[in-house]
Write a new protein. Sequence first.
Length: 201
Amino acid sequence: MTTTNFVAPIALSMRSVRLEPLNLGHEDGLRAAAQDGELWKLRITSVPEPENTRAYIETALKMREDGTRFAFAVIDEATGKVLGSTSYHDILPAVKRVEIGYTWYAKSVQRSHVNTTAKLLLLTHAFEALGCNVVGWRTDNFNFASQRAIERLGAKKDGVIRGHALRRDGTIRDTVMYSLTSGEWPEVKAQLLYLLDNRRT
């Protein structure tokens, strides 16, 4: 199986959150989501500046064509509003591994059920439809909010790759790596469902 057909186009939804393959039709909605909180000003994220939204989507589509990334738009099913974006990336069919990343949300829906729901959708699809052995995450060593969010999902910290990548401001970051195995998935799934069912409104 090649990288180009390991992750086939699919829409995933539950609890009013819908993930659909990112395309140019999401440009205006994605731009508005990024403007909610001016997220591109954060040096530890990859959120596009408003004028670069189309290029951001085109890059994601090229990576999909290459088989290295499959990007989704995150949609509020009730309103059709674009809330942000997330992706499978570093897709390795030979060892049945994907990573989840390029994830960001409009400030108004951060710390809501949206991220947990989207991760539950992606993890369920990865382990139960794609048959993945491992799902990974990576984040900036200074992105403490992201690290806490990944750890809340039940992922284990694998380590830190020092001097690994450039930030948008040109500085060099260390990358914190996490992973979750298929054997750990049932317990993590039960916990995520519990968190969603008992979420404070």
